[in-house]
Design a binder for this molecule. Structure first.
Ligand SMILES: NC(=O)c1ccc[n+]([C@@H]2O[C@H](COP(=O)([O-])OP(=O)(O)OC[C@H]3O[C@@H](n4cnc5c(N)ncnc54)[C@H](OP(=O)(O)O)[C@@H]3O)[C@@H](O)[C@H]2O)c1
Length: 273
């Protein structure tokens, strides 16, 4: 091969490497979904159950989880992930009952909206703990086993707020931005191991999220999408080994503008919110 052709072929191989390892199929796979009592987690659990996964359904509301377990055949795992050690205990308890985990969808999270400077310090800590630290500890608990087995997939549910930074949601945005950094760094770090990491970042989804954070969604755009669309993105992220999916995809445009032209993005955001 000519030197130039060889260089081109080697560059192509670096940019588009073969898939790192066997991605877990859903049929029979052991899957933990955190936040399964919520809108996105429940939709994801239903979708993956339909694809044949064996599910562990995590949340705090046992009665909601019991109903979902009946529907999907999953087992129920109750844990408050803001408690110290709860995330690693959840993984240990789940693997004891379900066996080694093939896929983890880390979706538990909570929002908060309001003025940053008057925010109660307890709320700050709670947001950072649940939306960032708990995901980190969950990853630390589940990844060693996956790496040892040379297969597995961790899906972190982020947010558009983590890519663009939403006003009045500073701490939530910071935590979700941290999650995006975690996903990217882990994906690089684990590339040689056969374990994959994906970030699925929804924009606005029609769940109880906004009521629960204490401030309803009151804008006309972007329109809330059904949780099932996020569930489909989670499945696609695993099936296709995608590093990052923004849902709906067109919201990738403001993310790209914010990344390459932050000044322009701020002017546009100031005008349209
Ligand atoms: N909805 C949106 O517009 C939107 C947009 C972007 C990103 N997201 C992200 O998507 C994820 C799921 O949100 P969602 O829309 O499904 O909201 P949701 O319906 O309010 O569900 C939140 C889930 O998190 C769990 N959770 C809350 N506090 C917890 C705690 N201390 N310990 C353990 N679990 C806890 C809830 O469990 P219990 O109900 O049992 O307490 C519930 O299962 C979150 O990470 C959120 O940040 C949502």
């Amino acid at each position: 091969m000519e030197p130039r052709a060889a260089r081109r072929s080697s560059l192509r191989a670096q940019l588009f490497p073969p898939r790192s390892g066997p991605r877990p199929p859903f049929a029979g796979a052991a899957v933990l979904v955190t936040g399964a009592s919520g809108g996105i987690g429940a939709a994801t659990a239903r979708r993956l159950a339909g694809a044949g996964a064996r599910l562990a359904l995590h949340g705090r509301d046992r009665s909601v989880l019991d109903d979902l377990a009946e529907e999907t055949g999953g087992i129920v795992m109750v844990a408050d992930l803001t408690a110290p050690g709860a995330a690693s205990q959840l993984v240990a308890d789940t693997e004891e009952r379900l066996g080694p985990l093939d896929i983890v969808v880390s979706s538990a999270g909570v929002g908060w909206a309001g003025d940053f400077v008057t925010m109660d310090p307890g709320t700050v800590d709670c947001l950072l703990t649940l939306n960032l630290s708990a995901h980190v500890h969950l990853a630390r608990a589940v990844l060693p086993g996956m790496v040892k087995r040379g297969r597995g997939h961790l899906v972190l549910v982020g947010s558009i707020a983590g890519h663009v930074g939403v006003r009045q949601e500073a701490v939530y945005s910071a935590a979700k931005s941290g999650l995006a950094g975690l996903a990217t760094a882990l994906r690089h770090e684990l590339a040689p191991t056969g374990v994959e990491v994906s970030l699925v970042s929804p924009a606005v989804v029609a769940t109880a999220f906004f009521d629960r954070r204490g401030r309803p969604y009151d804008r006309s755009r972007p329109r809330p999408i059904p949780a099932e669309r996020v569930a489909a993105a989670v499945e696609a992220a695993v099936r296709r080994g995608r590093p990052r999916l923004i849902v709906p995809p067109w919201m990738g445009l403001p993310v790209a503008v914010a990344a390459v032209a932050p000044g322009l993005y701020h002017r546009l955001a100031a005008r349209w919110g």
